[in-house]
Design a protein around this ligand. Structure first.
Ligand SMILES: [Fe+2]
Ligand SMILES: [Fe+2]
Length: 288
């Protein structure tokens, strides 16, 4: 029987009373099916390596890396992580991950926020695997691509991407999420969830039809109005069976507070560096 564990190793917040560093970004270590996945790498490599050291995660023990999207606060730690390794490791990204990204105003870029450049030695430590469709990674773990946008998304017009035609609004087509399966339901793991939580959960429901027990990650809802947050609350209750929320990173204070008022302290938990989500037994519910 497989146990599931998701350990936060990089986030905007860290557990108090520890030497762990909290800084903008996100990274989780996921143990399932006897394999260890690093989901995102945070923004600064030395903070990631510091936190991994304190949490006793040997970089060599990671079997694969998945990067949720091409923003620097999720991909920025990759060069230092690869540098720390002796053996190459699989790195899974969407084919559109590599494009230049910026934060901008009226379509004009003013701050680069794209993925980091890798040096030759670092690139040699990476077995790049570009994935553009839903892909099982093990018996209980599925990689999920950017969902269609039916509900409000969490993108806004300040995120830009550069393609052949120049800078344009970034639709975040490269966004990847993970779904873990268990007898208690699905565990959905998000990066920034730029394409919108309701859109992601709807696309999972359509294809898997298994209830979602928990959502872990950042939801990027700071641009949501109160009414839009309340709509997410309503839909989570009505359509999704009110999953447990373990939130962090870019979720946004208003969204966190409002969802906590609706679901209670038990329904919405902080998920900071040093926090671990554990399920003793994933059971027999497999995704493939
Ligand atoms: Fe982010
Ligand atoms: Fe992002």
């Amino acid at each position: 029987m497989a146990a599931i564990s998701v350990l936060n190793v990089y986030d905007n917040g860290a557990l108090p009373g520890t030497d762990l560093i909290g800084a903008k970004g996100q990274s989780f270590v996921i143990d399932i099916d006897g394999e260890r996945t690093l989901f995102d790498t945070g923004m600064r490599g030395r903070y990631l390596m510091h936190n991994l050291g304190i949490l006793k995660i040997d970089p060599e023990s990671i079997d694969r890396v998945v990067i949720s999207h091409g923003h620097y606060d999720h991909a920025g730690g990759l060069p230092d992580f690869l540098e720390a390794r002796e053996r190459p490791v699989e790195v899974i990204v969407h084919p559109l991950f590599h494009r230049k990204r910026a934060r901008g105003f009226r379509g004009l870029p003013y701050k680069m926020i794209g993925p980091p450049k890798l040096l030759d030695g670092q690139r040699e430590m990476m077995a790049l695997n570009e994935v553009s469709d839903w892909t099982p990674l093990s018996d209980h773990m599925l990689l999920v691509t950017a969902p269609p946008r039916k509900h409000k998304d969490a993108i806004g017009d300040r995120l830009l991407v550069k393609d052949e035609e120049g800078w344009r609004r970034d639709d975040m087509e490269d966004e990847l999420s993970l779904v873990l399966s268990s007898d208690q339901g699905l565990v959905v793991i998000t990066g920034c969830c730029h394409r919108g939580l309701l859109n992601l959960l709807d696309s999972i429901k359509e294809r898997l039809d298994i209830p979602v027990a928990a959502v872990i990650g950042g939801l990027h809802m700071s641009s949501f109005t109160d009414a839009e947050i309340d709509n997410v609350v309503r839909r989570l209750r009505k359509d999704q069976g009110q999953p447990q929320l373990y939130l962090n990173h870019c979720t946004g204070e208003d969204a966190m507070t409002r969802m906590r008022e609706a679901f209670g302290l038990d329904g919405v938990k902080d998920f900071y560096v040093g926090t671990r989500f554990d399920l003793e037994d994933a059971g027999e519910t497999k995704l493939i």
